[in-house]
Design a protein around this ligand. Structure first.
Ligand code: SAH
Ligand code: SF4
Length: 420
């Protein structure tokens, strides 16, 4: 495996920059997955096509890559035959490499994936009766260190690239056999748009209907790559998933929340987990940098939030730490005070080896939920999914990077010092 230097802990407001959009490969070919049309056209022009031809080919390639899920240039029937090997000499159509795949007793599937430079990360698919949700990772590890989260005990290795992020969704479509199969290939070039073959398939009946940026990592600390990847997911001629079916979860990177609404436009979920400074400082340490008031004010100002599009507040139920009746009442008060169009997701704590907390009792969780419900705020209790394969919220951690207890404690100190 190539050594990748550990990433620096992000500064006061800046997301960690990732300078390159093109993955360097030993054979010199460029992986097109993750690149937008304009970048593909630029690469084709650099390879010798004139500007007009480059734009046309980029449009065709884009459709085959992201709308059709084709991984072989030879299958691109509207591209002239001699052009196909020319493309294959210069480009590849990649997918994250699958190291292992596990299926839970409840149908949840977890994939352990490996980047081209040898780092492991995970994605999870959660089928339900009326929907299927893909839980996508944004980073290998996490710079933050929420005390109840297993991912937080990993070092941050690096940000995932746009190709590695959109690649997870593409891999899931491969695995579920869900690429559209319309008659598009026989249509003339001018009709290469999202509506051209819309009649040939619909989103109905698909397994993968929703995406949550809730896998490994803090998506707002990898802002540009997450934005660029989700643009491909939402593009009508790309994966064509509606922004209403995509939710980004943040632990509370306040300075980037407005940009998330403006530039990405997806639903927002916020990992609240506590209603006092004392408890939130302990369990979600980014709270020391961006406190509750600033966080809730940023939620109230979130572009696109409304009663029809509520913000989800995630609240992990930790025994004797944040689960009293008065915590529930304070939660209601805070949401009202900030006039938030809110729903609350109560997440039973998912244990992992060495975790410093226990899950609240089912009776306690129910009592908490009822107080919030009684105030007119939806507060369902989430059923844990995929616990038997360590696929539930907060359980994701790649085995390759287990830290010793001493290393872990040192890391916590480092991360907390960096948060100030
Ligand atoms: N970093 C982002 C997104 C990934 S975490 C964030 O923190 O929001 C997805 C959700 O799982 C978050 O709400 C997180 O707080 C929660 N979570 C983490 N560890 C958990 C655990 N052990 N049990 C239950 N939920 C957990
Ligand atoms: Fe990182 Fe989210 Fe886990 Fe916190 S809960 S350590 S932000 S992945």
């Amino acid at each position: 495996m190539t050594a990748t230097p550990l990433m620096a802990i992000p500064g006061l407001v800046d997301p960690v920059p990732t300078p390159r959009d093109v993955t360097a490969r030993a054979d010199g070919r460029v992986d097109l997955i993750g690149l937008p049309r304009t970048r593909i056209a630029g690469l084709l022009a650099e390879a010798g096509l004139d500007a007009k031809a480059a734009r046309l080919r980029a449009r065709q390639l884009f459709h085959w890559l992201y709308h059709r899920g084709v991984t072989d240039f030879g299958a691109m029937t509207d591209i002239a035959k001699p052009m196909r090997p020319w493309l294959a000499e210069r480009f590849v159509i990649g997918r994250p490499e699958v190291a292992t795949e596990q299926i839970s007793r409840d149908g949840t599937r977890k994939w352990l994936l490996t980047t081209a430079d040898g780092h492991d990360f995970e994605m999870v698919f959660i089928p339900d009766a009326d929907r299927g949700t893909l839980c996508v990772s944004s980073q290998v590890g996490c710079t933050l260190n929420c005390r109840f989260c297993h991912t937080g005990t990993m070092r941050l290795v690096r940000n995932l690239t746009p190709g590695e992020i959109v690649g997870q969704v593409m891999l899931a479509r491969d695995a579920l056999g869900e690429w559209p199969r319309g008659a598009m290939a026989d249509l003339p070039d001018e009709s290469l748009d999202a509506t051209a073959d819309a009649h040939a398939y619909t989103a109905d009946g698909r397994l993968l209907t929703n995406i949550v940026m809730m896998g490994m990592g803090e998506p707002l600390y990898n802002f540009d790559n997450v934005r660029d990847a989700l643009a491909l997911v939402m593009d009508g001629d790309g994966l064509a998933l509606s922004k209403r079916r995509i939710t980004l979860s943040t632990s509370g990177v306040v300075p980037l929340m407005a940009r998330c609404g403006e530039e990405i436009g997806v639903n927002l979920a916020v990992s609240l987990h506590a209603v006092s400074k004392e408890v939130r400082d302990e369990i979600v340490p980014i709270n020391r940098k961006y406190g509750l008031d600033a966080l809730l004010a940023a939620c109230a100002a979130y572009p696109g939030a409304s009663n029809a599009r509520r913000i989800t507040f995630e609240y992990v139920m930790l025994k004797d730490r944040n689960d009293r009746d008065e915590d529930a009442r304070e939660l209601v008060r805070l949401l009202r005070q900030h006039k938030l169009p809110a729903k609350v997701n109560l997440i039973p704590f998912n244990p992992w080896p060495g975790a410093p907390y226990e899950c609240s009792t089912p009776e306690r969780i129910r009592a908490f939920s009822e107080i919030v419900f009684a105030a007119g705020i939806s507060a369902p209790v989430r059923t844990p999914r995929g616990r038997d394969i360590d696929a539930a919220c907060g359980q994701l951690k790649t085995a390759a990077r287990k830290l010793s207890r001493a290393e872990h404690d040192r890391l916590v100190e480092e991360k907390q010092a960096a948060l100030g």
